[in-house]
Ligand binder design. Sequence first.
Ligand code: IFM
Length: 453
Amino acid sequence: MSTIEFPQDFVWGVTTAAYQNEGGVKEGGRGESIWDRFSHIPGRILHNDNGDIACDSYHRIGEDISLLKELGVKAYRFSIAWPRILPSGWGEVSEEGLKYYEQLIDGLLEAGIEPYVTLYHWDLPQKLQDEGGWTNRRTAEYFKEYCKVVFQRFGHKVHRWITLNEPWVVAFNGYYTGVMAPGIRDFSAALGAAHVQLLAHGMAVECFRSMKLPGEIGITLNLCPKEALRNTGADQEAAVRHDGYSNRWFLDPLFTGAYPQDMWNWYEQQGVTMPHTEPGDMEYISTYIDFLGINYYNIDYTKADDSVWPLGFRTGFSGGNPMTYYQMPVTPEGLKKVLKRVNEDYHPSQIYITENGASYQDHPDRNGNIPDEARIDYLFTHIQKASEALAEGVPLAGYFVWTLLDDFEWNTGYDNQFGLVFVDRKTLTRTKKKSFDWYAKVIRSNGAELKHM
Ligand code: IFM
């Protein structure tokens, strides 16, 4: 048994995302998103799965809120699907789309659960992709307009906003490796997509502030410490570059108003076409944010490899650690490292762990129970490290588990189960796993009953 102190106002929550949970993709006037298009291209998603039905949360608001109430979370982080609000990405607003989220937000508030709303969790309207998606600067303007509609409607009810979720994934998995929507393979395009997203974020923050709404706004980054796989100079240099590629490329512009010079030089030396920037962009991007959201899953181990252009390294190794089903090394100490490092190097006013969780293969046993001890162990060790960081001065305001339900896990379809709740793929029936009850206890005791099962 280990007793851990969390402040009374510490926010315990759980996170989901629209395309991964809602389904109902053709309902309520919703427009097509890049994930609808991409997931229907044969061979792009494991088992050719898609999010057409997902967890059917679109039709199960009441059921999902009941689960959240039983879990006892203080906050629920979910995302709004841009194509439900503006089916073409800009122009005509769908009242039906707004009504859907209104019902969800009102239901949460009635249940005493605070909505934390992500404005973009990867489901770009396809019509905007047809015009270049995140490589087109106009997408940043359209994003601001979409946010304005949402702020106008919900700004008096929602007081925590997250502009973008994991812009690194959108840029580099969507435009460089192409394993995610829109499936493009062009490194320069990825750098462009990163820049336009950062610009969109800054414009949305400015718009929020200009509307004089109550509440706070921030962004969520996926941050992993990068460590050398072997104790060699080449791997150590590669780890620094890896950190520049995925962590500093976003942290530096947001907090210092400039891209990291070492990475800019490196890419230029490799012959990469650098992103087009305009005067004023970096001021927008570095506009003050009320908090930084960090999604943490694992440490990345980096091995130098000159044959990989333009990065010069490979990753995806276990580093000698146990792996989750998704092949992520289990490295709780990395969470403390990342929290302390971000605090020391960038000084955000507040930090939320906006996602943390693990995928394992879970199925009900003969008695209908789902004893997911490995997930409990994962969450236990990570919350412990979070509390250590808090005790050492990191301004950590909350912790959100990824995720409530076994949902559509992007290019791996329904194969990776991250939920505290099992979802039967045939009936969509929800069954609570053992980790659900465990997390409920942690929340009820404000962390005091955190214990290894
Ligand atoms: O499912 C994703 C989520 O959409 C973004 N962060 C990582 C999760 C697990 O892979």
